[in-house]
Ligand binder design. Structure first.
Ligand code: ADP
Ligand code: ASP
Ligand code: MG
Length: 408
């Protein structure tokens, strides 16, 4: 008998029939003698619908009120799933994040979990009930409803598994595991049996939306056994996120490709090349609470230099405004940018022991006539910024160039 936390995403609970299907799976695990805590997302499309509704009233929705609105999506699903389980003769009880007391900070729309009270859930499990918890939401110290950022139900699931010291956290979604890249973009993508925690962290942080980055961070911090599986298949082992590299198998050079359509590039041209300039440019951006990702500064010439960096696409107009002010203060020649870009990244721990990975990547893109606008590397990843129209092509040709469709 084990304590299992299962998380079901939006598509998996997208209709009454699918919710009944989830209930059947939960009931099956329960009948095997396991204790179950089930985390659910809003029905697919619901969070988008609620955000659009809010924007009809306020184009830049008040963050606290937006959280009040979007958290209702998950509240509907927990009630429906509890009913579906009762219909199948399984005792179940649903809780919102606030009812469990998933305590978060007060950063509305991107709150971080600080503590989870497990007393109520334990009592229910001891009483033989299935506990159903609304994903994506929490409550701050003042009692305000908060949400954890898009895709945040993954993080709710893993955080609950950590708090309850669950034996396993199973993320059920609409694909049967983590693939070498998004199978919607590359149909030849291959399912991975395992992926190292380090690689999963990179893929998630570079835009692969199969798992929210914070859920992977949580799993690492608290050593949660994490598995990604399909809610549409009866059998299947899914993909296990592993903490130790299996040294008996030779590592492929590249394990996966991630991409992100959600960034925009900003250039600050002709700034005086002197100490403190990076801080003068990026300090005000940070003060405006805008995350900066890739940063490139050119070697100075004639006493001036150029700066480029990326920001989330949604923050692009605001970032440009901040930089128009900065331009006046630092005496830059020009501020420009482009929000029609994408970032494509190759990831693999095998990169550590192989040379020529970068040149293969750049050659492959060059052969397709794809211009690289920015490059950044770390020990186990190489990212490039490209014109967004090349995204699919770039991912497909890189997938092939690194032989990812073949069995490992
Ligand atoms: P859920 O609603 O269950 O949370 P998401 O839509 O957030 O599901 O995440 C699942 C989707 O992630 C898949 O349908 C797939 O298109 C996409 N995806 C992106 N990268 C990958 C990858 N490397 N492996 C599998 N799926 C991926
Ligand atoms: N419903 C939320 C979203 O669409 C959270 C989640 O599904 O993980 O982002
Ligand atoms: Mg998701």
């Amino acid at each position: 008998m084990a304590l299992i936390v299962q998380k079901y995403g939006g598509t998996s609970v997208g209709s009454p029939d699918r919710i009944k299907n989830v209930a059947r799976r939960v009931a099956k695990f329960k009948a095997q003698g396991h204790d179950l805590v089930v985390v659910v997302s809003a029905m697919s499309g619901e969070t988008n619908r609620l955000i659009a509704l809010a924007k009809e009233i306020q184009s830049q929705p008040d963050p606290r009120e937006l959280d009040v609105i979007v958290s209702t999506g998950e509240q509907v699903t927990i009630g429906l799933l509890a009913m579906a389980l009762k219909e199948q003769g399984v005792d179940a009880v649903s809780y919102t994040g606030g009812q469990v007391k998933i305590l978060t900070d007060s950063a509305h729309t991107k709150a971080r979990i600080q503590h989870i009270d497990d007393a109520n859930m334990r009592a229910d499990l001891n009483a033989g009930k299935v506990v159903i918890v609304a994903g994506f939401q929490g409550v701050d110290a003042q009692g305000n409803i908060t949400t954890l950022g898009r895709g945040g139900s993954d993080t709710s699931g893993v955080a609950l598994a950590a708090a309850l010291k669950a034996d396993e956290c199973q993320i059920y979604t609409d694909v049967d595991g983590v693939y070498t890249t998004d199978p919607r973009v590359v149909p030849e993508a291959r399912k991975l049996k395992t992926i190292t925690f380090e690689e999963m962290l990179e893929l998630a942080s570079l835009g692969s939306k199969i798992l929210q980055i914070r859920s992977v961070e949580f799993a690492g911090k608290y050593n949660v056994k994490l598995r990604v599986l399909s809610s549409f298949q009866e059998e299947g082992e899914g993909t296990l996120i592993t903490f130790e590299e299996d040294s008996t198998v030779e590592k492929p050079v590249i394990s996966g490709i991630a991409f992100n359509r959600d960034e925009a590039r900003i250039n600050v041209i002709g700034v005086p090349d002197k100490p403190g300039i990076a801080y003068q440019i990026l300090g005000p951006v940070a003060d405006a609470n805008i995350d900066v990702d890739m940063i490139i500064q050119n070697v100075g010439q004639d006493g001036t230099t150029d700066f480029s960096f990326t920001v989330p696409k949604g923050e692009y107009p605001r970032a440009l405004k901040v930089l128009e002010e900065v331009k006046k203060h630092v005496g830059a020649r020009e501020v420009s940018g482009d929000d029609k870009i994408c970032k494509v990244s190759i990831v693999g721990v095998g990169m550590r022991s192989h040379v020529g990975v970068a040149s293969t990547m750049f050659r492959t893109l060059a052969e397709e006539g794809i211009n690289i606008q920015m490059i950044s590397t770390s020990e186990i990843k190489i990212s490039v910024v490209l014109d967004e129209k090349y995204l699919e092509l770039a991912v497909r040709v890189l997938h092939k160039a690194f032989g990812l469709e073949q069995a490992a």
